[in-house]
Ligand binder design. Structure first.
Ligand SMILES: C[S@@+](CC[C@H](N)C(=O)[O-])C[C@H]1O[C@@H](n2cnc3c(N)ncnc32)[C@H](O)[C@@H]1O
Length: 313
């Protein structure tokens, strides 16, 4: 197998593309796959998402930017709904296992895979990656303070129906405000122990002591997006400072460590890797995002200082 071509972004389905990468060539994978909101029938089906969003755009009750099929965009949570939803999440987990196995093969012993997921899908991602061969190390909380309450406002619904008990249900909703995202942290088994693993791959432990001497918590907060990391650039863009922090936690600055993002999106992980002095490889299935990734990387390489909010520690 030919050596890994570093500092590149490959267009395609990561499950296929990863097959062409050499075994044990990656030191860390930081990624943000689709959360199963827009996930339909084991495909990242852009046309289908657009069609469903179009269908709900005039609805006054459904959450506008979360397409039907997500389990969040509406639907009565009855037995029939649950059965359909269950099928969907089981498919999602099987899909995570597929890419998880491909990532496992290319990771070095002791490499960390850090995967963003929603509070609902986190368990499935973790179990799939464990099945792929990684072992669970932690679940980091990325606290983002911006969750909009979604779901049904019961009193409003009952009032609309003219229900006699509407007032009694004041303050009751179908869910809580979600203001954190999970980051599943798993690790490829060590080469016997930490000492042998750092000798073989230069990996294994976490950088737990911060610059100010504090011991790093597994709650990450205070990271916000710069003005150009907006929804318009890519609908699920992550704060650059947050990704840089993850790299600092899991990848030693000494040594040659390639960082992988198989779901590159707008290329945040790749830009962060570059800025932290590491080679990177990204994979993205949507051709339309490649110019954005290339633009952000070119700006980073031209020395543009991205405003990074929350580079604490
Ligand atoms: C949640 S976004 C990642 C956003 C990224 N964290 C950022 O800051 O821009 C997930 C990305 O994965 C891509 N994707 C979905 N399925 C894929 C697959 N099988 N292979 C490669 N990319 C895929 C989507 O097109 C989307 O851009």
């Amino acid at each position: 197998m030919t050596p890994l071509a570093e500092n590149q972004v490959v267009l395609g389905d990561c499950r296929k593309v990863l097959e062409t990468f050499p075994e044990e060539s990656i030191s860390c994978c930081i990624t943000d796959p689709p959360y199963n909101y827009e996930f339909i029938g084991r495909q990242w089906d852009h046309a289908e998402i657009t069609r469903r969003m179009e269908r709900i755009k005039d609805s006054s009750t459904l959450v506008k930017n979360i397409p039907y099929g997500s389990g969040l965009a509406g639907g009565v949570r009855n037995k029939r709904w649950y059965e359909r939803n269950r099928e969907n999440i089981v498919d999602y987990q099987a899909w995570c296992l597929e890419w998880g196995q491909s990532v496992f093969r290319v990771c070095k012993p002791g490499a960390v895979v850090a995967v963003f997921s929603s509070t609902r899908s986190f368990a499935h991602v973790q179990v799939a990656l464990e099945e792929a061969g990684f072992y669970a190390r932690d679940c980091l909380v990325y606290r983002r303070h911006s969750g909009i309450p979604k779901g049904l406002n019961l009193t409003k619904k009952l009032k609309k129906l003219g229900h006699k008990d509407a007032a009694e249900w004041q303050g009751w909703h179908s869910c809580l405000r979600c203001e954190w995202e999970a980051i599943a942290v798993l690790q490829k088994p060590l080469q016997n122990n930490y000492v042998e693993t750092i000798e073989k791959s230069g990996l294994g432990p976490f950088k737990a002591i911060n610059r100010d001497g504090s011991f790093q918590s597994n709650i990450l907060e205070g990271f916000s997006k710069a003005p150009d990391e907006s929804f318009d650039a890519h609908c699920t863009i992550k704060p650059l400072g947050l990704i840089r922090k993850l790299i600092d936690l899991f990848v030693p600055s000494a040594g040659h460590h390639v960082i992988l993002d198989p779901f590159a999106g707008s290329g945040t992980t790749l830009v962060a890797a570059y800025q932290q002095g590491h080679p990177y490889v990204g994979i993205e299935i949507e051709k339309a995002y490649l110019p954005l990734i290339k633009k952000r990387l070119a700006e980073a390489k031209s020395g543009r200082l991205f405003p990074v909010f929350g580079d604490a520690g």
